[in-house]
Design a protein around this ligand. Structure first.
Ligand code: NAP
Length: 297
């Protein structure tokens, strides 16, 4: 391997330390509410981890767990109640929701000032307009990781593969905000490999295990792998699985200048940026100055 490995765990720990220092400078600890519907085991692990890290950063964690058969109206009423609660600063509705619930309706019930996932129409609109607002956590994490390797992204050629509302599209807009020249690729993009080879910074957010091969990567490029895909791992024993990214790590690491592994890259950044957003949300809503300790995204 010739590429530097971008250590998302360590960088995320740094962001969490900044958040914890910032929280100490606030008049009161902010509170983050996480709403979980159903019993998806992966979601339960995420939510427990979010709650633990919220408390470790000195903030208050409010966990709302609802059964899988919760009615849409009941969930919306819960989100509205949290939106009204003056003691709650951030609200995250853990996705995906059970199939009988329309996500957009639930997000519409969320106070945009508490939308720490940056998924409401109001915050998405602010991102497009270049206005201050809460930005989606995973894409912010991608930008922070890229900036650890290249602090000034101005003029960089960035290719983002994937145009989801959650990751690809906001990532493209956030890199644009950094004055990068952005190409947003997707399933209909022609000659994807050639497009990717033009990237100084290649962000893969596709959900296809190891799709990006070594010869898709420009020598010396920065590769950010957002993908987390569970695949069979017969080498670990019968029926065992493992997580891999959207990038073939071993091949890409021979060509890239720096690469974020998956797991251990973007994943830890997502929660760190969620905590960061909770502080920003509390400051904006309560009229507090943002503590200098929080640092820049
Ligand atoms: P998604 O909603 O399924 O979107 C996938 C995107 O990839 C779509 O825009 C799709 O294009 C594009 N795509 C699919 N096949 C393609 C192909 N062959 N060539 C080019 N583009 C292709 O997925 P997502 O929610 O953005 O998540 C993407 C990955 O990131 C997943 O592995 C997910 O688990 C992971 N993720 C990780 C974190 C984290 O914190 N680490 C957070 C969120 C997501 P079309 O629009 O044309 O269909």
């Amino acid at each position: 391997m010739t590429a530097r490995s971008i250590d998302g765990k360590a960088i995320a720990a740094g962001v969490r330390a900044e958040v914890a220092a910032a929280v100490k400078q606030l008049p009161a600890p902010p509170a983050l509410a996480v709403v979980l519907v159903g019993d998806d085991p992966a979601s339960h692990v995420y939510v427990a981890s979010k709650a633990k890290q919220t408390v470790e950063a000195g903030m208050r964690s409010v966990e709302v767990r609802l059964p899988a058969d919760t009615a849409e109206t009941e969930l919306i009423a819960k989100v509205e109640a949290l939106s009204r609660d003056p003691e709650v600063d951030g609200i995250l509705v853990q996705l995906p929701l059970p199939k009988h619930i329309v996500e957009a309706k639930v997000l519409a019930a969320l106070d945009p000032l508490k939308d720490v996932d940056g998924l409401t129409e109001a915050n998405a609109g602010k991102l497009v307009l270049g206005k201050p607002g809460l930005r989606p956590c995973t894409p912010v994490g991608c930008v922070i990781l890229a900036k650890t390797e290249r602090p000034d992204l101005s003029g960089a050629n960035v290719v983002v593969i994937g145009r989801s509302i959650l990751v690809g599209k906001p990532a493209a807009l956030l890199f644009l905000e950094q004055n990068a020249t952005v190409t947003l690729a997707h399933s209909k993009t022609r000659d994807l490999k050639i497009v990717c080879r033009g990237a100084d910074i290649l962000v893969a957010a596709v959900g296809r295990p190891e799709m990006v091969r070594g010869d898709w990567v420009r020598p010396g490029a920065i590769v950010i792998d957002v993908g987390t895909n569970r695949v069979p791992a017969p080498e670990k024993g019968e029926g065992k699985t493992k997580l891999v990214g959207d990038v073939h790590f071993a091949e890409a690491a021979e060509v890239a200048g720096a690469i974020s592994p998956s797991p251990g890259g973007v994943g830890p950044m997502t929660i760190a940026c969620l905590l960061r957003n909770t502080v920003l949300a509390a400051c904006a809503r309560r009229g507090w100055a943002v503590p200098a300790a929080l640092g820049q995204a």
